[in-house]
Design a protein. Sequence first.
Length: 189
Amino acid sequence: MPKGATMAKEDAGTNQKIKGMGRRKTDNATSLHWLWGSAAIVLFDQVSKATVEAALPLHHTVELLPVFNLTLAHNPGAAFSLLAEAGGWQRWFFSGLALIVSVGLVAWLRRLHPGAISEALGITLILGGALGNLWDRIQFGYVIDFIQLHWHDWYFPAFNVADSAITIGAGLLILDTLFTHGTTDTKHG
């Protein structure tokens, strides 16, 4: 084999390796662009909480629609005020849990195939919601809730934008699992 042909073959192999690395890096960079969405959710969550805190006294309710109220509440516990009266340790427990889950979600997002849009959106929503509530826990020791849905005398516990993002994100992941189960073209690469 002529010397030039050997070099061309080696260069092609090197270029292939570089191309492969670039593709993976592009895939990771593309999947990590979803973090901007999580940041937007955190921002929207924090602005909405600050706006309601400035406008309403604690536990004051304003009816906006026959089924929808704004009411300011501070929740030191988890969903549905789970462990709200636990004495303070739950603040750090739920903060630590949120941090661990957030790191796991970023790792999951990083490994996603670029075509896994509904999965990436679900992760993005959950991550943004988890970080929004984590911010409250660290800063105040409780989560600020203000959205209250009700029907006649039945009231759903107050929640916030972060909780909504987590719920919608979890729903998207469930739907994605149910309807794309077994397909590999949009899952992890």
